[in-house]
Design a protein around this ligand. Sequence first.
Ligand code: FAD
Ligand code: SIN
Length: 566
Amino acid sequence: MTDPLENPLLEDLRACVPGMNRRYLADFEISRISHRFTDVLIIGSGIAGLSSALSAAENRDLEVLVLAKGDLEESATRWAQGGIAAVVLPERTGDSLEAHIHDTIEVAAGLTDEENLRIMVSEGVDRVKGLIELGTGFDRRTDGGVQLTREGAHSFARILHRGDTTGQEITRSLVEAVLDRKNILCRPGTFAIDLLDREGTCIGALVSNETGELEAVWARQTILATGGAGRLYRETTNPSVATGDGLAMAFRAGAKLLDLEFIQFHPTTLYLAGADRFLITEAIRGEGGVLRTKSGEAFMERFHPLADLAPRDIVSRSILEIMKETGNNKVWLDLGAIAPERIRERFPRILELSRSFGIDILSQPIPVRPSAHYSIGGISTDSHGRTSVPGLLAAGEAACTRVHGANRLGSNSLLEGLVFGHRSGIEAARAAADITRPEPSQAVDPGGGSPAAEAAKNPGGDLDLADLLSSLKSLVWYKVGVERNGEDLSNALEQLSAWTAYPLAADFRDVESWTLQNMLQTSWLLTYCALRRRESRGVHFRADHPERDDVNFRRHMSISRADFST
Ligand code: FAD
Ligand code: SIN
């Protein structure tokens, strides 16, 4: 078999990307910046970061420090709508762990890690019950039992939710619990720039603290829980924090990244000029919402036997097909089959938000189209969250446990973050208790790649960063989007290589610029991985290779900084 990495075109491109093997974004002298020590450092305060913090803090002798670049509450987790999947009431619904595992495998297009999947589904039941014990208020039936709903490609009703603000409620209860723990410290407004390592072992992170000063945070164990990278795309459901920082940081620190090409697009995002691309939850279709053309045709029946509840990649591509066919830049989600009372009770935020844009969803359809939603690939981890770099763990959307394979079943990602966040916390506490504190007085491993001296010559002052950011997001949306092809991907990679050259070698001093550097680097890697996978599988659709190719590509594909130094 020819390994796609041997493709000479890619080799050439890889060779001509200055800055891709730069080790640290910021130029710093370790002896001149302030220092801080902790036992377990957690970067990220979504469901993965907060649940790992609670689990690590079970060891009362350890201090746990949680960093977030914005407010503690601002994360993809906070915006989750549909809910969290878990087989909590099999006796009532007829559901089973095996059915949940089966449904996940069915959509995952041949790449699920069954061992990790079994862990997620089986341990998930107790973890979700633990959330309820913490005080998470999921919706209840009149008899007091939790309400369960069904979403696309789930064979049973197994989604716990709180109206259409499930993530907000989960975040509230987790943040309260974390703030209540004496051995957990939280530092919102602290931006992690890079991981620090010594002799190849991660020993903490270089951060820009609340006052914008550089600071070294030394830790026995570090967990990256920085979420996904939806903000690389012009059209996305993701909040502003989802810029792929953790992927770029881990890459620079030498960690193995996996399956970056698998980006899940959500079929139904509010599409109104001037309005935020607000997610319209799949649960609306679970309750009876129907996608229609402008002339009223319920078109999904044409594309899949499950019609509106078909897997997301199929619904997203069908919508694009209809948009091409009809010449419209959107389709309409008709809620006519759902009782107004049910809409008010189940989808209050969507009702309110749509009204603020002049649409009354009780009587009018919602204009929607697909947008980037979830990063399936990420930092490669084992079932305890350990990455390929000793001392570094990862959990949640930033990680790749391989449970989703090449396509993710809805409402499985909160569950993944909860289960593997917990496991990472336990593992980090175990490992931290076994090792001594890193000594700040010793040196960290030197940079390599673009040396600091070169960066210093290149202060980056004359770049129009806003223009570059906007061009980047458009390029990634149009060329690395729902439908891809080799020519577009090659062109995008060439363009990204050109854009990356100067900013990645520059020495910036502010969070916005570091974020853009991360986005450039992550976009380059994502595009490269999408070009390398010359087949269609799950969410990765290549119009020039429309078939699945199990002989060459039924495998996870990794990339790491080491690939750039050969
Ligand atoms: P996040 O919740 O995104 O948290 C990331 C954290 O990392 C943030 O605290 C951020 O500040 C921090 N961070 C990032 N970079 C840095 C840095 N450089 N320095 C310091 N801190 C940093 N999944 C479901 O299962 N069910 C749903 O109903 C559902 N609905 C969704 C709706 C929307 C609109 C979106 C966007 C996603 C939805 N998902 C849903 C997906 C799910 O919400 C996410 O996959 C999951 O919440 C990710 O959790 P996380 O803890 O990994 O990351
Ligand atoms: C949704 O509510 O449709 C999103 C659910 C998910 O991404 O899992």
